[in-house]
Design a protein around this ligand. Structure first.
Ligand SMILES: [Zn+2]
Ligand SMILES: [Zn+2]
Ligand SMILES: [Zn+2]
Ligand SMILES: [Zn+2]
Length: 273
């Protein structure tokens, strides 16, 4: 028997995708729930419908056919196709023009400059997110209790450092026409071992942050402890700095060496470089 082969006519298809890539192919990978892409490992329902792994964890049945999602059936053919395609960045609608291999997408999106800014206040209680320009108005509206000091050389006074449990001290410093957020966090990164983490964040992009340096200094009782670094952009946030210990780190006994009546003064100096 002879097989019927249909060849695409030249110029018969048009699209706005990359050269050689039909745009409709990536559309096949759209999650029906969140419209993000379904990327490897690709799991299907028993009838063959796809849903992304994040949505899948929240669902009890297939959003397309209501059939069972378990046992998981892997779709290796779709995974292979996915590995040959560049997928647009999640923030393409905000202006990012990058398309990437699916394995590189999460890392890029983590640092994508078009990613919306989240509220820089430590602790996960505030769910606000928006543009960089909207961050300061948000802080002034929703976090009125945060005080601001003007000048490049200030003292960040953390009161009651002996308060039990995880505690954050936050204040703002304004200088060089920019706003900086100073954060002191007390937490148990390792069980039974309380530590203090102090860091300075710029309300600005990573690129803007590279123009500055900050110095934190504990000083007193004939002792001095100093940390100097580039401020972090609020795009990276406090949690990542603490996770990597990329900040001034000291334990409670060091804090007591410098504290006065349970209050700890940290000298903060910001400079341009
Ligand atoms: Zn989804
Ligand atoms: Zn289904
Ligand atoms: Zn991007
Ligand atoms: Zn907030």
């Amino acid at each position: 028997s002879s097989r019927h082969v249909v060849s695409a006519s030249p110029g018969g298809t048009s699209g706005t995708g990359l050269p050689g890539q039909p745009p409709e192919l990536t559309a096949l990978f759209e999650c029906p729930v969140c419209f993000d892409y379904v990327l490897p490992p690709i799991l299907q329902c028993q009838a063959g419908h796809l849903v992304c792994n994040q949505c899948r964890q929240k669902l009890s049945c297939c959003p397309t056919c209501r059939g069972p999602l378990s046992p998981s059936i892997r779709n290796l053919a779709m995974e292979k196709v996915a590995s040959t395609l560049p997928f647009p960045c999640k923030y393409s609608s905000s202006g990012c023009l990058l398309s990437l291999h699916h394995s590189e997408k999460p890392d890029h999106e983590e640092v994508c400059e078009f990613r919306p800014y989240t509220c820089p206040c430590p602790g996960a209680s505030c769910k606000w997110h928006g543009s960089l320009e909207a961050v300061m108005p948000h802080l002034m509206h929703a976090h009125k209790s945060i005080t601001t000091l003007q000048g490049e050389d200030i003292v960040f006074l953390a009161t009651d450092i002996n308060l039990p449990g995880a505690v954050d001290w936050v204040m703002m410093q304004s200088c060089f026409s920019h706003h900086f957020m100073l954060v002191l966090e007390k937490q148990e990164k390792y069980e039974g071992h309380q530590q203090f983490f102090a860091v300075v964040l710029l309300i600005g992009t990573r690129k803007q942050a590279e123009n500055f340096a900050y110095r934190l200094e504990l000083n007193g009782n004939r002792r001095r402890l100093t940390w100097e670094a580039t401020p972090r952009s609020i795009h990276d946030g406090v949690a990542a700095a603490i996770m990597n210990s990329d900040c001034l780190v000291f334990d409670t006994s060091v804090a007591h060496l410098f504290a006065d009546n349970g209050n700890l003064g940290i000298n903060v100096t910001i400079s341009m470089c």
